[in-house]
Design a protein around this ligand. Structure first.
Ligand code: PEP
Ligand code: MG
Length: 892
């Protein structure tokens, strides 16, 4: 039988799968000899069993009994013992941190008897002891009622307000023991009325029910949403940590705090964190009360502060990374309640990786492992212009999560979602956020709060999502109910007014502040030197150089004009992997295509083609020049022809309205549009099919490519064209086009006197092509996987329609964790890619293999391409640095 319970002395940091992050790290700290309150962890495996079967696994109860008995003997008291009770916290803790998304119950073990025992044990005076004990007891019933019995939390809050009103105060601090005693009575009544049962007074029953509630909270709606957002697998389950209680709310010599070993926003070294005197941990994370900076603790309690700094150094050296911690001081004694490798912004990730490298704590491979392509992408987002004169600065809050966000102020999560669904940019403004605001935070461009520090819920969650956040802007008076906030100087911002927030500086502006390129983009553009500049740019440069040195995959660009090609080259592209020629037929040239379609005989068709050829030739010359010396894969025209013709409805109406006077050209056009109209254009006359049906079209394109290459060569350039045939399903299609193309290349070679070698290859973007790749490779000098179409045709999903139609439901149901159009579906589409790569190589050893679907710029898909051993990925110019970094990381 598996072991379901681990004492903190038994686990270690590598057991996160089983013990969750919190449990594994509590065990690690315990074994490092750090002051952790004793306790034990129930495994994620027990949770998975419970979620699957609805019952706790056999043997769990016995194991819990044994571990509880050990804990009781270590503490010298029993759970809920009436004269001196052992109290425990019951906390969730999944493999991946999900801040505030799941449940916690504190003070488990209190009842009508043990509350007296607790009162006698604590407090300098009897009154103090009584007050503390009854306050703790009402907190237990409140938390238990909400999380275990699912009672609306407002009912408890209303009762507290009632009692405060009777006392003539609006402060918790004014309440005395009798008030809390009264609240305990009222809370018990609420429980009975709402849950139809009494609050359980048996401490062990309290604990068992709390454990189940934590397990159940894995499937709470906000936890599900958070997992989807953060791409955390749905089936991991949470562990449960049962830990002896320590109290930060026992007076002014007690308190609780959160700390980081480096600044999670910038990565700078120093002491960062927040402390709250005489409070319990939940108060800090929820951002409900304003905290003081951690350095203040040095003044309040120097001994604990020094010990804390010591522990922070131990932890950093041990984990070889930036850590965040939660701690509590109970009457001058420091306790560690949690640590983990801390979440950080993208800039902090790059800086910290290089600092640790310089400190000799990690090597350069590890530094590259510590950053991600997604983080690099975030650093490439634009930011506010450095000069923002003329814009009214409303206030400055804390720079909790960097970036520039502009949008309409909204004051509720629901409203944020509503407006965002209409395509509007919004900034969610709240006093503080709590886990129920998650949907609004996801929908908003940025989050602004008036309360809470850098470790408040808003800050932690926004940073995790890479969302812009300014928090603790205390000068703002936020009135959520009436939908406005007041800023200094008499400015009022109402719902719908546009504001701009700068998560890097904390500045908040009225109106729409213009944005500019980030320094990282300017570095890639070659406008900012790596040396002597910003330390962030230096860190990016260092990591990129290492990634490039390690990468096996090359990175090419999807580009169809000289400007994008030149930028792609500056960003490090090793060529062009996909030049979509149909993009060259838009705008004015659409008329020429119209003529081609309407042509009634070879002569008319030739006239249209002759007009197009020089235009195509000059397009290609520009691209060859930008990519001189590097391969340029040009794909012959792909989309359905009717896309170039007028809209069928509009044209029909025009012809009908004109009646007998209708223009002859319009009539012919309507006839052609009707003839070419398709129910499923994505599966219709596209790609190679078009080339075989319209004589001369592909030939014109191949001639333009060959002539452009010859012209470039004559001008001293080094063009390297590769001709790619789209949507091939059978080798015969490819053979026909290839033979014609070879003939044209030869002709142009003779006519210009310049030899124009060009590889001729195909896209693999239909399942049949993948399954017959061995045959196709006989005729193809390279394959490029078109995973957009391959995903569409493998799943039978229309790439234009289905994402909006049902993907969100599919994500909810866990049918997939992320859209297969975004991240390559390894099991299905990926299997076809593997088959085709293998059979292609067998038929033509050394065949060049690449990918040019959108997946070419997606980190996870880049790793897949590395595993399959492709030669290159191709993606949009702006994603090139991301793909380069991931190509390097995949090889480490
Ligand atoms: C593809 O199908 O993956 C591809 C790159 O081609 P397109 O997106 O132009 O169909
Ligand atoms: Mg395609």
């Amino acid at each position: 039988m598996p072991k379901f319970v681990y004492d903190f002395t038994e686990g270690n940091k590598d057991l996160k799968d089983l013990l969750g992050g919190k449990g594994a790290n509590l065990a690690e700290m315990t074994n490092l000899g750090l002051p952790v309150p004793p306790g034990f962890t129930i495994t994620t495996e027990a949770c998975r069993h419970y979620l699957e079967h609805g019952t706790l696994p056999e043997g769990l109860a016995d194991e819990v009994n044994a571990h509880l008995a050990d804990l009781e003997s270590a503490m010298g008291k029993k759970l809920g013992q009436s004269d001196d009770p052992l109290l425990v916290s019951v906390r969730s803790g999944a493999k991946f941190s999900m801040p505030g998304m799941m449940e916690t119950v504190l003070n488990v073990g209190l009842n009508d008897e043990s509350v007296h025992g607790l009162a006698r044990q604590v407090g300098a005076t009897e009154a103090e002891g009584q007050r503390f004990a009854w306050d703790s007891y009402r907190r237990l019933i409140q938390m238990f009622g909400k999380t275990v019995l699912d009672i609306d939390g407002d009912l408890f809050e209303d009762a507290i307000d009632d009692v405060k009103r009777a006392r003539g105060s609006d402060q918790d601090a004014d309440l005395v023991a009798d008030d809390f005693k009264e609240l305990v009575g009222r809370f018990k009544t609420i429980v009975r009325e709402e849950a139809g049962r009494d609050f359980p007074t048996d401490p062990r029953e309290q604990m068992d029910l709390a454990v189940k509630a934590v397990f159940d909270s894995w499937n709470a709606p906000r936890a599900i949403l958070y997992r989807r957002q953060e791409r955390i697998p749905v089936d991991l389950g949470t562990a449960v940590n049962i830990c002896s209680m320590v109290f930060g709310n026992m007076g002014l010599d007690s308190g609780t705090g959160v700390a980081f070993t480096r600044d999670p926003a910038s990565g700078q070294q120093g002491v960062y964190g927040d402390y709250l005197q005489n409070a319990q941990g939940e108060d800090v994370v929820a951002g409900i009360r304003n905290t003081v900076p951690l350095t203040e603790l040095g003044r309040i309690d120097k001994a604990s502060y020094d010990r804390l700094l010591d522990i922070m150094e131990t932890l950093e050296n041990h984990y070889r990374d930036m850590c965040d911690i939660e701690f509590t001081i109970e009457r001058g004694k420091l306790w560690m309640l949690q640590t983990r490798v801390g979440k950080r912004t993208a800039a902090a990730a790059f800086r910290i990786a290089c600092q640790l490298l310089d400190q000799g704590l990690i090597d350069v491979d590890e530094a590259a492992r510590r950053v991600t392509g997604d983080q690099l992408a975030q650093l490439m987002f634009p930011r506010f212009a450095s000069k923002v004169d003329g814009y009214r600065k409303l206030t400055k809050g804390m720079n909790a999560s960097p970036g520039a966000a502009v949008g309409k102020a909204v004051f509720s999560s629901d409203r944020a979602v509503e407006l965002a669904e209409r395509g509007e940019d919004v900034i969610l403004v709240r006093r503080e956020t709590n886990p129920d605001d998650l949907a609004g935070m996801v929908a908003a461009k940025g989050v602004l709060t008036s309360r809470g520090g850098k470790t408040s819920h808003a800050a932690v969650v926004a940073r995790g999502m890479g969302k812009v956040c300014v928090c603790g802007a205390e000068e703002l008076d936020v009135d959520v109910k009436n939908g406005h906030f007041a800023a200094p100087g008499g400015v009022t911002v109402s719902e719908g007014d546009v504001i701009s927030i700068d998560g890097s500086s904390g500045d908040v502006y009225l109106g729409e502040v213009p944005v500019e390129d980030s320094p990282v983009v300017r570095y890639f553009e070659g406008e900012l030197p790596a040396e002597g500049g910003d330390d962030l740019v230096k860190a990016v440069d260092r990591v990129m150089k290492h990634a490039d040195a390690r990468a096996a995959l090359k990175v090419r660009a999807n580009s169809d004009n000289p400007e994008d090609s030149a930028r792609a080259r500056r960003f490090g592209a090793a060529g062009i992997g996909l030049c979509r020629t149909e993009h060259m037929f838009l705008g004015d040239r659409r008329r020429l295509i119209e003529k081609l379609v309407l042509a009634e005989d070879d002569g008319e068709r030739q006239v249209a083609l002759d007009a197009l050829e020089p235009l195509q030739k000059s397009d290609f010359e520009g691209i060859f020049e930008a990519m001189d010396g590097l391969p340029v894969t040009i794909r012959l025209i792909d989309p359905p022809l009717h896309e170039f013709l007028p809209d069928i409805t509009e044209l029909s109406v025009r012809v009908a309205l004109a009646g007998d006077d209708a223009d002859a050209q319009d009539r012919r056009l309507l006839e052609a549009v009707n003839r070419l109209h398709e129910q499923n254009p994505m599966l219709g006359l596209r790609g190679v099919r078009l080339g075989l049906v319209i004589p001369g079209l592909f030939a014109m394109q191949v001639r333009a490519i060959a002539e452009a290459a010859a012209a470039r060569r004559k001008a001293g350039g080094d063009p390297r064209p590769e001709i790619m045939i789209p949507l091939v399903g059978a080798v015969q299609e490819l053979e026909a086009v290839r033979d014609e193309a070879r003939g044209i290349l030869e002709q142009v070679g003779k006519a210009t006197g310049v030899d124009v070698p060009a590889l001729i290859g195909t896209m693999i973007e239909l399942p049949r092509a993948a399954l017959t790749a061995g045959q196709i490779a006989e005729a193809a000098e390279f394959f490029s996987f078109g995973t957009n179409d391959l995903t569409q045709t493998t799943w039978g999903f229309s790439r234009d329609d289905v994402e909006a139609a049902f993907f969100s439901r599919y994500l909810e149901l866990g049918i997939f964790g992320v859209s297969p159009f975004e991240t390559l579906d390894r099991e299905g589409v990926g299997r076809l890619v593997r088959i085709a790569a293998e059979e292609g190589r067998k038929a033509r050893p050394g065949i060049k293999l690449g990918i040019c679907g959108e997946h070419g710029g997606d980190p996870d898909s880049v790793h897949f391409c590395h595993e399959v051993g492709l030669d290159y990925v191709s993606c949009s110019p702006f994603r090139i640095p991301v793909a380069r970094l991931e190509a390097g990381r995949a090889a480490i």
